[in-house]
Design a protein around this ligand. Structure first.
Ligand code: TRH
Length: 358
């Protein structure tokens, strides 16, 4: 099928990151995708090689395109250009119109997934928009997971990959990654990590600037600095598949936002999530809902330790909490991953939702 994926970049990289993964995944399954975005700049590092079958187009050219594909994906309520919607309404047969929503573990997702929003007025009058909610249960839209992802991971050589990246760990060093927003708890984390030999790989942007500011230096991609027993390596921006490998190469991942938390689950390592902060604090309910799913069936000591650590990481400075038992933590991530792997991925479910099998 021919797909039109619309992505307006609000801030950060998640909107484009999710839309790119969706587009590339669909194209790898034999579909044609036009990704319309108002800011394609991050694709220069996120997807420098592009993907066969995906054409990146400028948002403001959409209204004047000659033809409209079979499926239109409006990502995160980005409001399609009215001229394009008028063309959708004129197409016979009408395209399927999917509003792809943000990911949440909250219970409303199952209730809202698949709901229709018939258009009674405006350029799209007569069309039927349908809400598609990604999620963690079979009654939601699922999670992005490319076919063969876990097989790729199983064949991954962590040592060789880190070496190629220029950050080979020393003997006995554990490896962690850091991708975060502004975070007052960061100095506490660095002090904690510096108690034993570890290598912390820091992503560029907010994570690198804060770490470097705390140490009184300028972050240079490729450089490594010593902080107690901790070595801190500053990463360049990685293409998305390499970012995934970073999460596979570590013992512990600090991730943020919507896309990288899903990749941390697939990586199967202990992880700490900094959720995208919202002004009215609603993100804290979202965080609790995620924790409730992740920690279902976990023993009390692990559940309490992980919840306390995640709350501290999302709630600001304060005493750094006790570290969860890493063997239990790791086992819990792998258990949850097994459950999620038994469910169909987002693209497969989306195709089923549209009445297609592939
Ligand atoms: O950048 P984010 O904070 O994006 C956020 C969230 O998605 C949030 O939910 C949303 O509401 C907001 O944007 C508008 O975090 P996220 O979602 O993990 O997206 C980061 C993307 O960047 C992800 O696709 C991985 C990619 N990435 C790379 O490809 N290479 C890199 O080196 C790094 C650091 C990230």
């Amino acid at each position: 099928m021919q797909w039109e994926v619309f992505c307006r970049v609000i801030d950060n990289y998640g909107d484009l990151g999710v839309c790119w993964r969706l587009s590339a995944d669909l194209a790898a399954r034999g579909h044609w995708v036009r990704l319309w975005t108002d800011d394609a700049a991050p694709l220069a590092w996120m997807a420098p090689a592009g993907a066969p079958g995906v054409e990146v187009r400028r948002w403001d050219e959409a209204a004047s395109t000659a033809q409209v594909g079979d499926v239109v994906v409006e990502a995160f309520g980005c409001e399609l250009p009215p001229g394009f919607v008028a063309q959708m309404a004129a197409r016979v047969p009408a395209p399927a119109w999917i509003n792809l929503e943000y990911l949440s573990a909250e219970s409303y997702v199952e209730r809202s997934h698949g709901l229709r929003s018939p258009q009674f007025s405006g350029p799209g009058a007569g069309l039927d928009k349908r809400f598609y909610y990604p999620g963690f249960t079979p009654r939601t839209g699922g999670l992005l997971r490319e076919p063969g992802l876990l097989a790729q991971q199983a064949g991954f050589d962590r040592g060789a990959w880190l070496q190629r990246l220029g950050f080979a760990p020393h003997a006995g060093e554990r490896v962690a990654s850091l991708f975060c927003y502004d975070n007052p708890a960061l100095p506490g984390l660095l002090a904690r990590l510096a108690e034993r030999p570890q290598l912390l790989l820091v992503t560029p942007g907010l994570a690198a600037t804060q770490v470097a500011a705390g140490l009184g230096l300028t972050p240079e991609p490729g450089s490594v600095v010593q902080h107690g027993a901790l070595r801190i390596g500053f990463l360049p921006a990685l293409p998305q598949p390499e970012f995934d490998r970073l999460l596979w190469a570590t013992d512990l991942n600090f991730v943020r936002g919507e896309d990288s938390v899903v990749r941390a689950i697939w990586a199967g390592r202990p992880f700490v999530w900094q959720i995208y902060p919202q002004h009215d604090q609603v993100h804290l309910d979202k965080l609790e809902a995620f924790l409730a799913r992740f920690l279902a069936g976990a023993g009390e000591p692990l559940a309490t330790a992980v919840r306390t650590l995640w709350q501290a990481w999302n709630g600001g400075a304060g005493a750094w909490p006790a570290w969860p038992d890493e063997a239990d933590w790791s086992a819990q991530v792998l258990r949850w991953r097994e459950t999620l792997l038994a469910e169909a991925d987002l693209c497969s479910r989306l195709l089923g939702f549209l009445g297609r099998t592939g």
